[in-house]
Each structure stands twice: as C-alpha cells, then as structure tokens.
Design a protein around this ligand. Structure first.
Ligand SMILES: [Zn+2]
Length: 254
C-alpha cells in the first residue's frame, strides 16, 4: 500500500470527498493525510475528521496568512491539536518569500510559534518553503533534536537535502518529479529511500501524464513508479519503504 502524506480538500470545491477517498483506495493508496492550513483550519479539520473516519489531518497556519493569524488563532490551534489521535502533524507551516518579502518577520514569528507547539506536543511538522531555504534551515537548526517532520515539496539541491536529513527530516516527493523540466531526479537519485515520503499536494502539481488535470491521491503510484525508475529498484520496494517512513514520521496506526 501507499500513503499520500500531503493532500488538500478544502481548496477544490468540485471534489466529492467520498469518491476521492474511494479512488485512492482502489489505487492502493490507503493512508491519506489531509492538510488544513488556512485561518479556519482548526474548525475545518475537526469537522472533516468527524465526517470521514479513515483519514488523518495536519493542522497549521501557512506563511501566506502571516498577516491575519492572531494570537487567538494560535490559542485555538494549541487547544485543538491534541483533541484527536488522527491529527498527526502541524502543517503546513514555514516561510514563503516568493509571494511576500515585506512581512518576513511576521512569517518567522508565526513559524517559530508553531515549532514551539510541535515541541510542546511532540508532534511532527510539515514544512512549506519557497525562496527561503537557507533561512528555513537556520531556524530548524535551532530545533535540532526537538522537531522532526517533512520538508514538503522539496525543491532544493542534493547538498541541502542532506542537511535537512541530518536535522532529522524526510523529504516529501510529489508530481514535480515526473515533470520533463524538473531537476529533482538528481536529488532523488542520490538520497536514501529511507528519507522519502510520497505526497500529491492535490489538487495541485498533478503528475505526468495527467498534468493539467486536477490532482488526486490516486496518482501516488505514478510518483512511486518514477522513483523506482530513477533508483533502478522495484516499485514494491518504493511502496514498502515510503509507507514505513510515513508511519514512522507521523506515528500512524495503520
Ligand atoms: Zn500543500
């Protein structure tokens, strides 16, 4: 079986969630972690867990919302995080200097407050990072040994990958790996399979040959097949090891 460690449902209104989950199961993707990371995440995530029993969620505040997240929001997140064993991570959180460079301090502050929550509750984090990889590394270094998790949609160099692995993180690899112009294969080729988890980031980043369509967790095997091809190993090994990695990082009871 496969695990999709990172997908979104709240952003794509035309999706029928039951159908989405069933499609994933039919494709042998039997573990799903849905990411809720806007201002209403704690409400949306809890409602989602009440409605769907066989899924997991991560909750957190995305750096794009750094201007609007209040201390009250962070208090609500704090209260809700341990309310269900199916809330398995804090995320996606991090730094995004691609869209906004004018509020770096607010982004850093929001990020660090959520890293502190991860330490408090011993929860893994799911990291979003765009155009800020060195600064991200510097912040995470301060939490070495205290916080683990996933560098979601990893897009850095091999050297950077090794440094994050050394900090105790694994890399989230998704549809980008299948894109013709992607250089990500150079990283995937060299890092150990024990440091990779699979993710779709659906409804975005749909893998080839479905690029341009809405992404779904059912496409996880396409990403696994690409990893198998790059590493010259059997896809069953990719399934087994990445599933074990996801279980380990998120402490999943499946
Ligand atoms: Zn995402």
């Amino acid at each position: 079986m496969f695990i999709d460690t990172h997908c979104h449902i709240d952003m794509s209104k035309e999706i029928d969630v039951n159908q989405y989950i069933q499609n994933a199961y039919l494709a042998n993707v039997k573990g799903l972690i849905f990411s809720f990371c806007n201002q209403d995440c704690y409400r949306a995530g809890i409602k989602f867990l009440e409605k769907y029993s066989d899924v997991f969620v991560s909750l957190g505040f995305h750096p794009e919302d750094a201007d609007i997240i209040t201390d009250k929001d962070l208090e609500c997140l704090d209260e809700v995080l341990v309310s269900s064993s199916r809330i398995v991570a804090i995320g996606e959180i991090g730094l995004d200097y691609y869209w906004r460079k004018d509020n770096k301090e607010k982004q850093r502050d929001l990020f660090q407050k959520q890293l502190d929550l991860a330490v408090k509750y011993q929860m893994p984090v799911v990291i979003h990072c765009r155009d800020a990889i060195q600064e991200l590394y510097d912040i995470l270094s301060q939490y070495k040994g205290k916080v683990k998790g996933v560098i979601h949609c990893f897009s850095g160099s091999y050297e950077m990958a090794l440094r994050f692995i050394e900090l105790g993180f694994v890399l989230g690899i998704g549809g980008v790996l299948t894109f013709k112009n992607s250089k990500l294969y150079q990283v995937v080729e060299k890092i150990p399979l024990s440091s990779i988890v699979l993710e779709t980031d659906s409804p975005y980043l749909t893998p080839e040959p479905h690029r341009g369509e809405t992404n779904e967790s059912k496409y996880i095997p396409l990403i696994a097949a690409k990893i198998a091809q790059i590493k010259c190993i059997d896809v069953s090994e990719v399934a087994q090891t990445t599933t074990d990695n996801a279980r380990r990082v998120f402490d999943l009871p499946i």
